[in-house]
Design a protein around this ligand. Structure first.
Ligand code: A2P
Length: 340
């Protein structure tokens, strides 16, 4: 009989946690017992999985010796406190927060890019899941990186509100409703109104004037490509889209690659769908193409008219899926297939 695992989902009532549970179901991940965990406020709620309902438990009271695998998406401070408690009980953790991502001996993994790094889970029984913007960008850039090398990446992101959790989705929809009814908006999750607006600020400002979200893309790209020399220059922007991050990515490669060659490589790449016709609607958009799909979409592949080795790409992906829940489960699938 195939082995089955007891899996704890921390943050089970959140935007990412709910998607984790539905993808575990869709992909028939071999779960024996599911432990949906959240705050005490959610204890007793039900989630539906494998045709049965399972009761949400209070994370604080949970005994992690019951779970072999823990999938954490309840925020950095929760991971900081509870991941060590889980790993002390031999539960292997895949963590969706930024808390462990920069630790040198904790692997940071996008399976299409650096699956081999999962082997290092042994160091601390922890694998970190990268930031949503990093994941989709590197899925799209990996084939080009391998073929011709990448000197520099300039990226502007257009990030959906679901990346900030359920409260942010609610804030956007409430603000739209208020505005359409001629009422004042409430602003609480973001520093400014997000409805009918864009905000060039995600996460806190750093000393170098970049935001932490932008620096995550820099740090994580270097770690995942295992390339300290790659130059990365991001601007991260929140847009009034519910699901699906978009990125305008401009790269300077080490050796010249034509748009045609890049398109051919990307068309064969794992986890990538190319939609790239120079005609009305011949490109991917977050809501219409990416939402609820696993793949990362690449469009607008063209040579940069301002740089001899420059290439432009438009990269779109479901941020809650590939940017978080799906990537976590793909890591878990490799973990059980090859290592435990
Ligand atoms: P709860 O719904 O009980 O607050 P999102 O990213 O969509 O905002 O979801 C955050 C997730 O993290 C939710 O499942 C939330 O549970 C969970 N969470 C937040 N704070 C805690 C906490 N102190 N202990 C356990 N889970 C928490």
């Amino acid at each position: 009989m195939n082995k089955k695992y007891n899996v704890a989902v921390v943050g089970a009532t959140g935007a990412v946690g709910e998607t984790i549970i539905s993808i575990l179901d869709q992909r028939n991940f071999p779960v024996d017992n599911l432990y949906p965990l959240a705050s005490a406020n959610s204890a007793g709620k039900k989630v539906f999985f494998q045709g049965k309902s399972w009761t949400v438990q209070d994370l604080d009271k949970f005994d992690f010796s019951q779970a072999q695998i823990g999938l954490f998406s309840a925020g950095g401070s929760i991971s900081e406190k509870y991941v060590p408690i889980a790993t002390a009980k031999n539960c292997i953790v895949i963590d969706n927060t930024s808390h462990f991502r920069r630790e040198k001996d904790i692997p940071l993994v996008v399976p299409e890019v650096n699956e081999h790094a999962i082997a290092d889970y042994k160091n601390h029984n922890i694998i970190a899941n990268p930031n949503c913007s990093t994941i989709q960008m590197l899925v799209a850039l990996k084939p080009i990186y391998d073929a011709v090398g990448i000197e520099r990446i300039n990226v502007a992101t257009y990030q959906a509100v679901s990346g900030s959790g359920k409260k942010a989705i609610e804030e956007l929809t409430k603000q739209i409703t208020s505005l359409l009814n001629g009422k004042e908006v409430d602003v609480s999750v973001y520093p400014k109104q997000i409805a009918f607006n864009v905000i060039p600020h995600i996460d806190c400002f750093q000393e170098n004037k970049y935001t932490k979200e932008e620096m995550k893309i820099v740090w994580e790209t270097k770690k995942i490509f295992n390339d300290e020399n790659i130059l990365v220059n991001p601007t991260a922007v929140r847009v009034p889209v519910i699901y699906g991050h978009s990125e305008a990515v401009h790269i300077e490669t080490k050796n010249k690659i034509s748009a045609k060659e890049a398109k051919e490589l990307l068309s064969k790449a794992n986890g990538v769908t190319v939609i790239d016709k120079c005609e009305d609607g011949g490109y991917a958009t977050p809501f219409v193409e990416a939402t609820n799909f696993d793949n990362t979409f690449v469009s607008r592949i063209r040579e940069d008219i301002s740089h001899e080795k420059g290439l432009n790409l438009w990269v779109v992906s479901d941020n809650v899926r590939k940017g978080a829940a799906l990537n976590t489960i793909q890591i878990a699938e490799v973990l059980i297939k090859k290592y435990i």
